[in-house]
Design a protein around this ligand. Sequence first.
Ligand SMILES: [Zn+2]
Ligand SMILES: [Zn+2]
Length: 347
Amino acid sequence: MTQNTTRAETLPERAELLPGVWRLPLPLRDSPLGHVNTYLVRADDGYLLVDCGWDTADTLETLQGHLRFLDIPIGDVRHLLITHIHPDHYGLAGRLREMSKAELSFHRLERLYIESRYVDADELLGEMHEWLRLNGTPAAELDRLNFGSMGILDRVRIAFPDRTLDGGEEITCGRFAFRVLWTPGHSAGHVCLYDAGHKVLLSGDHVLPHITPSVGLHVRAASNPLADYMDSLRLIGRLEAELVLPGHGEPFKGLPERTGELLAHHQRRLDEIVGLLSAEPRHALSGYEIASRMIWSRRRTWDDLSGFERRMAVTEALAHIELLHSRGKVEKAYGEAGFTYQVAEPA
Ligand SMILES: [Zn+2]
Ligand SMILES: [Zn+2]
């Protein structure tokens, strides 16, 4: 994700946003995100918890503190719904289900990625290493880019869902009736929850107020994640939501404006890549070369980015390149050194 700030922030306040809907922020230690928002919704027979932070003692203690304050025994959390299986939304799910016996649900495509992301992590690392190489990452940088995120695996307690979602289901929960909306892009099986009657959207990481959610192409990613992301942004932007409850940052109004900003951001990146390739019409560039020439931050240059940030930049650049390729604007070639890209000849 593109961060506006990297300083540690204080944890936002717990708040009842609508009657029966609480925002329970949890800390994300050492993460520039600072916190993740979980949302608790009162049902007739207990509570629904949407997302749960990662598996560290301080995150669990904070969640327990919120529930204690509200006088809710953990066993009253009957349903745990995860918007997507990134560690900051899913990592604590296994432990929480053991403690609460809650039914765990998330999208079937997220279920599909659990093994490759968390169980076969070594195999994934090997594939990622080769894939970064094929996309032009210099040999001296390969390990740095590839190992940037490994520490995060300790913060995930693997849990398989009791129920998989497909999108379209209705989840009734006290006064609320949430429609599950499949919104692929940031993650292949990302879901949002929308209550049309109350005009409220729980947006996970699909739409965030200040941060641009990362959309990357990498091994074992969906075929064209940026196309998926932009399509599902347009879909969400048409909802009549008056209040958006995001996975990070403050609840906000103005959903169509925000989805419009995010679409414009990606269009600028697409234009930037076409501009970079057009400037060198006879010279093909690798994904790494394209990423290293793009502007990722107003204040920081490529040299300032960490290995993990560089990997995110390469996967994001490739998601944009893949979309341009699918539209016939960029040509892809494979040679000894790997894949390279060139601006397409006008037909
Ligand atoms: Zn995420
Ligand atoms: Zn997140």
